[in-house]
Each structure stands twice: as C-alpha cells, then as structure tokens.
Design a protein around this ligand. Structure first.
Ligand SMILES: Cc1cc2nc3c(=O)[nH]c(=O)nc-3n(C[C@H](O)[C@H](O)[C@H](O)COP(=O)(O)OP(=O)(O)OC[C@H]3O[C@@H](n4cnc5c(N)ncnc54)[C@H](O)[C@@H]3O)c2cc1C
Length: 411
C-alpha cells in the first residue's frame, strides 16, 4: 500500500469536487482529487452551466476559454401546453456577465476544469481511484483509503471533502444519513435526430399524461421523458412500438423521428432522488454538492448549486487550510452558508414535482394552461423572475477577493 500526504483530499471529480479542487489549488493549497472513473464520460447527468456558474468563471478569468468550447446558448425557456406555446423564462435581463445558460456536455466542463487545475503543481487528480474508507484517529478524520488501479493507497490529509455525489461513500462511512424527500417521478433519457428547420431553444411539452423536455444540443435533441416512479417497467412491458407511438403523439416537430429509438438500449432510466444531510461536517470531514443534498433535475440547477458549494467552501476554508486543519466550527460555516440555498431550491423542486409534473402525468382529459403561465404571456416582464430563480438562484456565491488576489502557484 502506498501513502500520500496532502492538505485536502476531495473524493469525487464531479462539478463540486473539480471546482473546489481548482480553487484550493489556485489558492496555493496542496490538494488531491479522486475520481473513480477512468474519464468524465458517463450517462447524461445534466449539461448546463447557468449564469451563476459562468459568473464564477468570469471572476476567475476562465470564461473566454470556457466559451471557446462547443456549446449552445439558451436565452429563453419555453413551454408547450397542448398546442399553445408560452415563454416562461427570459435570461436576457439578468444582472450577470452572461445572460444565457451554456449547454455543454458535462465531460467537457470537467475536462476543462481538470486542464486548468493541472496547471498548478500543488494539484493532483487521481483517476480510476475510488475512495473506500476513512482513516479516523482520536475521534477525527485524518484521511482516507482508496482503491487505485495498482492497489490500495492511503491518503493522509487535514481535510477530507466528500464530493462523491448522491450515492456518496464518504457520507456513509462518516455515519451521516440523509433525510429523504419522496419523489413521485423518474426520468427516461434518449436522443432524437435534429433537422435544419428545427427551433434551437429548449422546450418543455406538457399535457394530460405526459411531460417531455427537449434540449437542443447542436446536432441532436437530448430528450427527458418524465414518468411516474417505477413507470419505466410498464413502458418496457407495453413494448417499443407503444412507446414510440406515445412519443410521436407529443414530439411536435420531431414526430417523424421517433423511429430513431431502435431498442430500449437507446434509452436510459435515471432515478430521481432528493435528499439532504442534517449535518454536513465532523472533525476533519465535510460533504458538499449532491453528497450533502441530492438535487432533482427540475430546473436543471444541481450542477450550479454544486459549483456554488465549492466556491463557498474555498472562500471559507482557504485561510484555515493554509495553516493546517480547519476546526469543526469553520467546517460548519460552509453548511451555515449553503444550507438555505439547498433547502429553498429543493423545496421548490419538490413542489413543482408534486403539484405540476406528477399532477400532469396523473391527469386525464385536457390540461388547461395554469394562470401563472398566462400571466407570463400577458406581462412578459414577469418572465425575468423564473429566469432569475433558475439562472442565479438563492444566495449566489462570488469568489472572494482574497482568493482572487492569492499568488497563484506556477508550474
Ligand atoms: C437525470 C438527472 C438530470 C440532471 N440534469 C441536470 C441539469 O440539466 N443541470 C443541472 O445543473 N443538474 C442536473 N442534475 C443534477 C446534477 O447532476 C447534480 O446535482 C450534480 O451533478 C451534482 O454535482 P456533484 O459534483 O455534487 O456530484 P456528481 O456530479 O454526482 O459527481 C460526483 C463524482 O464523484 C465520483 N465518485 C462517486 N463515488 C466516488 C468514490 N467513492 N471515489 C471517487 N469518486 C467517486 C463520481 O464518479 C462523480 O464523478 C440532474 C440530475 C439527474 C439525476
């Protein structure tokens, strides 16, 4: 077994772990990020960088390099109820540098962060390395054991950050049990071909018994078909033709392309979970991102909340980590800062899941546009409110001046 020593070890190379690793390394702190996969390619997990995330990149001077990568820009959100189309979000008036959502595959975002972080000599990214157990000494976490391709590695650190997502190993090993919020829906993901005459902005199609979101991805449509919890088994039982017929009835301009789904191997089921820890930290350990609060895909805000957690963590703990081991009080400050945004966002997500999405799925007959959607059409200025909630959210984080001014370690 090999042994490594560092100031901070982060389990999980998702948005929370990679942004936190980048920021701490930039501030001159020795940091190791562990990612259990060999690369950042995986099933669709959300591809959105919201204005709040783009603002952080702008503050860090990373924005122009980031936007040089292939992406699409979303300035409005649309909803189709029956055959009526409504604009429900307008990002063009946000008080942010970028007045749009950037749609980019998550692996491109993570590769980008890894490239930027690797420029710092005090940053190490260990791929194919799975955090397995915690090292505990005198009642404090003092590091972790991980499984690497060439055997077990012991990593001793002043701080372990659990950024290992909704099925967090670190959270389990710490004995933290999240409070679960029941979720009545699951999501089936698949792609449909694009044609030159198609619109280029995302659209949510809602009606009695269905909810389909279509995201324009430059050369295909990424589609999310929402089903009642456990509903995918029924769809499989009914067979592919019945599924295609269901899609054709609601796919609008893409009606002639549902045959692109050749088998159920072309679709993937993603189980939706919403939960939150009561306690995010113990001596020597902190959980952030989905490990502390698994987000629903509603609003597509999970990546951005994870990024905001990472910024708050670096802002709050940078000074302490320079000197050594942060105290429990300092670790708790991260929870104190980020719990409210997570709680309010999850409350809104659960309300939308239960009262709009699940209600639409259970409805028989015709779905009438709700008053709030009509108000957004009558008074377009109101479209800025949902855009602000989705694009910036509650308590947006900014990279602290001290962190921006910190002398950057050079390779
Ligand atoms: C179906 C679905 C669609 C979504 N769509 C969107 C969207 O469009 N926009 C949006 O903003 N959010 C979306 N979300 C939410 C979003 O995916 C998460 O909130 C966000 O990815 C959380 O980031 P994270 O870094 O905390 O965790 P994750 O992104 O889950 O990253 C955790 C990382 O840790 C790694 N890991 C896990 N265990 C270990 C271990 N033991 N050792 C080492 N590494 C480990 C994983 O491989 C992973 O790379 C969606 C979620 C779902 C389920």
């Amino acid at each position: 077994m090999s042994t490594l020593t560092t100031r901070c070890v982060i389990a999980g190379g998702g948005p929370a772990g990679m942004v936190c690793g980048y920021l701490l390394a930039r501030a001159g702190i020795d940091v190791i990020v562990l990612e259990k996969h060999a690369d950042f390619l995986r099933d669709f997990r959300g591809d959105t960088a919201h204005p709040s995330t783009l603002e952080v990149f702008h503050e860090l001077g990373l924005l122009s390099d980031f936007l040089a990568l292939p992406h699409q820009q979303v300035r409005h959100l649309h909803m189709e109820i029956g055959n009526q189309r409504f604009t429900v979000g307008d990002f063009t008036h946000l008080p942010t540098y970028c007045k749009f959502i950037a749609l980019m595959p998550q692996w491109d975002l993570l590769d980008f962060l890894a490239r930027k972080a690797k420029a710092f000599p005090n940053f190490r990214l260990l791929m194919q390395t799975r955090a397995a157990t915690l090292i505990e000494e005198r009642g404090e976490v003092a590091g972790l054991h991980a499984q690497a391709p060439d055997g077990e590695v012991e990593i001793r650190a002043d701080l372990v950050i659990g950024a290992d997502g909704r099925h967090s190993t670190i959270r389990d090993r710490a004995g933290f049990v999240p409070r679960e919020f029941g979720v009545p829906i699951d999501v089936i993901w698949f792609r449909l071909p694009l044609e030159a005459s198609d619109p280029t902005e995302p659209v949510a199609r809602i009606g009695a018994g269905y909810f389909l979101v279509m995201l324009y991805r430059g050369d295909y449509w990424q589609c999310a078909f929402v089903v009642p919890k456990g509903g995918f088994a029924n769809i499989q039982r009914e067979g592919l033709s019945a599924f295609r017929a269901r899609l054709a009835a609601i796919a609008g301009f893409a009606v002639d392309r549902v045959d692109a789904i050749q088998s159920f191997d072309d679709v993937s089921l993603l189980t939706v979970t919403v939960n939150r820890l009561l306690q995010w930290a113990k001596p020597g350990l902190l959980c952030i991102g989905d490990a502390a609060h698994a987000m629903s895909p509603v609003g597509g805000v999970g990546i951005n909340i994870a990024v905001q957690d990472a910024v708050a963590t670096a802002n709050i703990l940078r000074e302490a980590l320079k000197r050594g081991r942060p105290t429990l009080e300092q670790l708790n400050q991260v929870q104190a800062r980020r719990e409210l945004p997570a709680r309010l966002t999850q409350t809104a997500q659960v309300a939308i899941q239960n009262n709009i999405v699940a209600a639409a799925l259970a409805l028989q007959g015709e779905l009438k546009p709700p008053l709030v959607v009509k108000l957004l059409r009558w008074f377009p200025v109101l479209q800025r409110i949902p855009a602000r909630l989705v694009g910036i959210g509650v308590r947006p984080e900014h990279v602290s001046r001290e962190l921006l001014r910190a002398k950057q370690p050079s390779a």
